[in-house]
Design a protein around this ligand. Structure first.
Ligand SMILES: [Zn+2]
Length: 474
């Protein structure tokens, strides 16, 4: 089917569709709904080749690929990079948490907004965003850390939803249940969260709500039961952080049973990180059709460990890649993330064939989208998906001839080659930053202002090694 009056016609591209079909040199059209309406090899059919110039985009032989999908992000952490440089997860949480505990809904809005625009600039057009719920972490030397038991204000999570909608990044908005054994309090908090989110449901960037599972950090099995009930009532994907660190791994593994007993295992339960597993957990997860989100750059940075991706893949566990927060991955660079993962796996297995270059690209596009249940909307350049795509120029800077499109794109390119980021067929970033530079500058200023205020109010930790005051710091 040819769309005779497309909103945009992309021609002369080297397409990596990532939908199971091979790369091709050709064209693509975007319909009025912002979705891909047709595509094909070679020049476009005569019926659409003559549309007005302003609706044509000749990419001059450059690579056209789907926008990256991050199956695991924490956008609010974008302004907290380069902190806790030599800490594991608990120490990193303690340091960065000092900024979130005092943050107002307005402050957390600008923190998340900065994270969203930073993702777009780097070619990440869809995120599964774990919004911060405003509660603190309490670490323990002998057991897993705990999320403080409390019912936080819904305003705090909702501000992070508004930030994503305003930034125009496609997203799943992942919310954490209140931490209380009181069913009425839990239900009231969730109902208000859902009602507030419903206001944004019609915005095309909003792909839905999801659940931030807390069993790794919860006070008891009630958390798994509450999550299972919400998953089934509202049909939500639930992504708990699970088995991320080696700390108290035996105790963490014992909590897998909480999810099993609650009946939560299945395609809608997706484990974030999932590093320190055992055979019993791998087999049960695979048998239930479950999945895992893999964040190699963050796992390396925090010394969390190496998830055995070839083992999970061969067992039949669904896998997608995520960037994790910009303060534990420090960059929103999906190419660096893919390569960190690829190198980590090949080195650990002493085998370059254990994970392929095209395969790792699939994990950060279609695989990530399917993992979090949005593969019908994003993650590939198949007809019907949103026209969220990147134009990448392997000749700027020049990487030499393109012998293998997957090889050049995955192994030799990066944000420096990015010349266009399109969301729904509209250019949002051009390789130098957001097209809307005034808004981008305003977001950057707001982030700095909000964080400076939070730091000034932080009377307990100003002398900490990780927060060196000084003219260069801010
Ligand atoms: Zn995370």
């Amino acid at each position: 089917m040819v769309d005779a009056r497309p909103r945009l016609l992309v021609t002369n591209g080297l397409f990596l569709p990532m939908d199971g079909s091979p790369p091709f040199e050709g064209w693509m059209t975007v319909g009025k709904d912002g979705r891909i309406s047709a595509r094909g090899d070679g020049p476009p059919p005569a019926g659409i080749a003559g549309i007005a110039d302003r609706r044509q985009l000749d990419v001059g032989g450059r690579i056209v690929a789907p926008g990256f999908v991050s199956a695991h992000s924490h956008l609010y952490s974008s302004g907290l990079r380069g902190l806790a440089t030599d800490d594991a997860l608990d120490g990193w949480l303690a340091t960065t948490g000092r900024f979130t505990v005092g943050a107002s809904p307005e402050a957390i809005y600008w923190m998340a907004r900065h994270g969203a625009q930073d993702c777009l600039i780097n070619g990440v057009t869809t995120v599964y965003d774990f919004c911060h719920n405003g509660l603190t972490f309490q670490s323990s030397p002998t057991g897993p850390a705990r999320v403080a038991a409390a019912v936080p204000s819904v305003d705090y999570q909702h501000a992070q939803l508004r930030a994503k909608v305003d930034a125009g990044i496609r997203h799943l908005h992942s919310v954490m249940l209140a931490q209380a054994e009181d069913d009425d309090a839990l239900r009231a908090h969730l109902d208000e969260t859902m009602a507030r989110a419903a206001d944004t449901a019609r915005h095309p960037s909003h792909l839905g709500l999801a659940l931030t599972g807390t069993v790794q950090w919860a006070g008891g099995p009630w958390a798994a039961r509450a999550e299972a009930a919400v998953m089934s009532k509202f049909g939500l994907v639930n992504q708990p952080h699970f088995l991320e660190t080696a700390h108290a791994a035996r105790l963490q593994r014992a909590r897998f049973r909480w999810y099993q007993d609650a009946g939560a295992l299945g395609p809608a339960l997706v484990f974030g990180h999932f590093i320190h597993t055992d055979e019993r957990i791998i087999e049960a997860t695979a048998a239930a059709g479950g999945g895992m989100a893999w964040q190699p750059a963050s796992n390396g940075r925090l010394g969390s460990g190496v998830a055995d991706i070839p083992r999970y893949r061969d067992a039949g566990i669904r896998i997608g890649m995520g960037l994790d927060g910009q303060s534990s991955g420090d960059l929103s660079d999906p190419w660096a993330n893919m390569r960190a993962g690829l190198y980590m796996q090949r080195a650990a297995h002493a085998d370059p064939t254990c994970l392929g270059a095209a395969e790792v690209l699939a994990l950060h596009t279609r695989g990530a989208a399917e993992l979090i249940g949005v593969g019908h909307d994003v993650g590939s350049l198949a007809v019907g998906r949103y026209a969220d795509f990147l134009v990448v120029d392997p000749a700027r800077p020049d990487t030499g001839p393109v012998w293998d499109p997957y090889g050049t794109y995955t192994l030799a390119c990066g944000p420096r080659n990015l010349v266009g980021v399109y969301v729904g067929g509209t250019l949002v970033a051009d390789g130098n930053g957001l097209v809307d530079q005034l808004t981008a500058a305003r977001v950057n200023d707001q982030l700095r202002g909000q964080l400076a205020r939070l730091r000034a109010e932080d009377s307990v930790g100003r002398d900490r090694r990780c927060l060196r005051p000084g003219p260069a710091f801010w």
